[in-house]
Design a protein. Structure first.
Length: 244
């Protein structure tokens, strides 16, 4: 991002967002056209569960298509594992849980709550493909204070907003939604949701987090349901130079 941007877009962004882009994006301004990461960590299937399950996952994103796929193997007992898939493509969120390769236990796709929650997740996880958070990618930023801002993004008929909270160095410390759909039984309940990010490292010129924790805020306390680390991360960049 530089002074030659049409309309001087940089100067219209909230100050903490400008600091974030200066921190996270390389000077070339190249767009990320594909992100692939291998993750490992633990999760639990309900906030009241005492059991944390180990998982390994492949996270694949195509920002130009506003599409992501998260495919995980969750170990439940000895060699027995669940196959869990979540994603967003063609304007719809989806999810599937299976036992092994051939048995489907649950499947869901494309209602309003699920679409919005999936698009919020895409926006939150853009800290791993930060060129997707630029105004040229369709994200609108509005100021909250000198340490936070709200990002709003639309894909088709679905719109999602998310608060980004920044550290002094410009990195994203946490992302937050006051009302993200949480599935309870067959219903979705709007619940405060938060993701925390740290262990930033340089990757192909970008500064990206390599550790995250995610949970629901209940009674003003964060109840974690997901903890993960990046084992491997690869970016495919657009050829040539792209002004931010």
């Amino acid at each position: 991002m530089n002074a030659s941007d049409p309309g001087n877009i940089r100067d219209t962004l909230p100050a903490p967002v400008r600091r974030y882009f200066d921190y996270a994006l390389p000077g070339t301004g190249k767009a990320i056209v594909r992100m692939e990461a291998v993750q490992q960590g633990t999760l639990r299937t309900a906030i009241d569960s005492q059991r944390w399950l180990a998982f390994t996952a492949l996270h694949h994103v195509e920002p130009a298509a506003t599409a992501f796929a998260w495919d995980a193997r969750v170990r439940v007992l000895g060699p027995l594992s669940l196959r869990v898939s979540d994603g967003f493509r063609d304007g719809q969120g989806y999810g599937k849980v299976g036992l092994g390769k051939h048995i489907t236990l649950a499947r869901a796709r494309g209602d309003v709550d699920m679409n919005t929650a999936a698009l919020q997740r895409y926006l939150a996880e853009a800290v791993w493909y930060p060129s997707a958070l630029l105004p040229r990618a369709g994200v609108c930023w509005s100021a909250r204070d000198d340490r936070s801002a709200v990002a709003t993004f639309r894909c088709g008929n679905t719109e999602a907003s998310l608060e980004f909270h920044f550290r002094d160095d410009g990195s994203v410390a946490r992302v937050y939604s006051p009302a993200r759909a949480r599935k309870i039984g067959k219903a979705f309940i709007a619940t405060p949701w938060e993701g925390q990010l740290d262990d930033y490292r340089e990757c192909q010129g970008f500064r990206l987090p390599h550790r995250a924790r995610v949970g629901w805020r209940l009674n003003d306390e964060l109840t974690l349901v997901w903890r993960g680390e990046i084992e491997r991360l690869e970016l495919e960049l657009a050829p040539g130079k792209n002004d931010r």
